[in-house]
Design a protein around this ligand. Structure first.
Ligand code: DSN
Length: 430
């Protein structure tokens, strides 16, 4: 290994430049859990708060020098509370997983049972025994799932909740095509003295744009989320509730429980993203859902096996393809060679998915943010069919993808420093 610091430094910079060029300018990114920030959010993301500590809560810190962090944290919590109809908001969790873990830590004891949807139906790892609940020694049981409805089976779930009396029932998932039955389950969860937690990580931007029902309005006790999927902020986490009694233990679990620094430099960029959602959220969310629906229809017309045809394919940013013939991993790898970035996923009908999964999960939020509409979804579907159905050489398609992508490099539905009269445009390293 070359240990010359100058050549390592050159390598580091080159790796970053290559990544930025490839993922920002040359690929069609359909990873459903990612997004790009606006130029203004990226500009304010780099700030001195990055290196500071502010353990505690606003106005009640264990450190000096936090007056502006206090002000910003409070402002961001208020903004997010307004946007998502929550009286109490904790913006300190550094990720969605930490947000979920804080909720479990606040309301469960080792040995307690929680219910979440099956991993094959798209549950997040932080809802499962292999993740945070396992670390906290919780027992995790599956909510019954209905493949036809592509949703939680309501009647069977009500029966199970009555039998098991779980401490927490988690709805919301990483593969998320249709709203889960929050209203239908919350009543019975409350009857057995449990809490309904909705993980809104994937759909937060859609909720902000009124394109997806707000779980807090429908009876969820707590809503957790990350802040960087359809909601186009920096990577981070957040917890919402309207119940003051629940908020205090949640806050305690976040600190001193699970975090010591909160990566405060992301607060300003998260606030910019929230303001962008207030200004442009409706148009953005509507376009995302239309694009996802169009992509699903086009893929179906080109011969793909698209999930949930009987339900109109999707009501979110996501589309699920069953590519069991080729396999999820192989299909995703072929598409990557064509500069189309997707994630393989289990499907609810996969019997075993440890070795091979049969699905591809697609998300259109990032390409929508770069200004793509229904016409572009048709082009993307055609690119995918050429690689996966017609068996065309991915390198040939890749050249066309790079050309196609050149027209879509400016973030829409977002703010730019120029909008505020600043006469420059921040640029990532290229
Ligand atoms: N695992 C991520 C996803 O892709 O959905 C979320 O953390």
């Amino acid at each position: 290994m070359d240990l010359n610091p100058d050549s390592i430094l050159a390598d580091v910079l080159n790796i970053v430049k290559a990544h930025n060029k490839w993922r920002r300018l040359e690929t069609i990114n359909l990873i459903a859990s990612e997004n790009v920030m606006s130029p203004l959010a990226e500009y304010v993301y780099l700030n001195d708060m990055e290196g500071r500590y502010a353990e505690g809560t606003s106005g009640n810190r264990y450190y000096q020098g936090t007056k502006y962090i206090d002000e910003l944290e409070t402002k961001l919590a208020n903004l997010m509370g307004y946007l998502f109809h929550a009286k109490f908001v904790d913006v300190r969790p550094i990720s969605g997983t930490i947000a979920n873990m804080a909720v479990y830590a606040a309301f469960t004891q080792p040995g307690d049972t929680i219910l979440s949807i099956p991993i094959s139906a798209g549950s997040h790892i932080s809802h499962r025994v292999t993740g945070a609940p396992g670390i906290l020694k919780l027992k995790v049981m599956n909510l019954p799932w209905n493949n036809e409805e592509f949703n939680v089976d309501i009647d069977k779930s009500i029966k199970l909740i009555k039998e098991v009396k779980p401490k927490i029932v988690i709805l919301g998932s990483s593969l998320y095509l249709f709203p889960h039955p929050v209203k239908e389950l919350s009543e019975v969860v409350h009857e057995v003295n449990g809490y309904l937690l909705h993980d809104s990580a994937h759909v937060l931007g859609l909720i902000a744009g009124n394109a997806f029902p707000n779980p807090l309005d429908l009876g969820a006790d707590v809503m957790t989320s990350s802040t960087h999927k359809t909601f186009p902020g920096p990577q981070g986490g957040v917890i919402f509730t309207n119940n003051e009694n629940l908020f205090a233990p949640i806050q305690k679990a976040v600190f001193p429980g699970l975090t010591s620094n909160y990566h405060h430099h992301r607060y300003a960029a998260t606030a910019v993203a929230a303001i962008e959602m207030m200004k442009f959220g409706e148009a953005y969310a509507k376009q995302i859902v239309e694009n996802a629906r169009t992509l699903a229809e086009e893929l179906h017309a080109l011969g793909f096996n698209v999930a949930a045809e009987n339900k109109g394919f999707t009501r979110t940013h996501q589309v699920l393809l069953d590519v069991s013939k080729l396999g999820g991993a192989k299909s995703a790898a072929l598409l990557e060679r064509a500069n189309i970035i997707v994630s393989k996923t289990a499907t609810p009908w996969d019997k075993t998915f440890k070795e091979e999964v049969s699905g591809l999960r697609l998300g259109v939020q990032e390409m929508t943010r770069f200004g793509m509409g229904k016409d572009e979804m048709k082009v993307i579907a055609e690119f995918m069919a050429r690689v996966l159905i017609k068996g065309e050489e991915p390198d040939t398609v890749k050249r066309e993808v790079i050309e196609f992508r050149k027209e879509f490099t400016i973030v829409k539905y977002g703010l730019n420093p120029k909008d505020l009269g600043m006469d420059f445009e921040p640029k990532i390293l290229l």
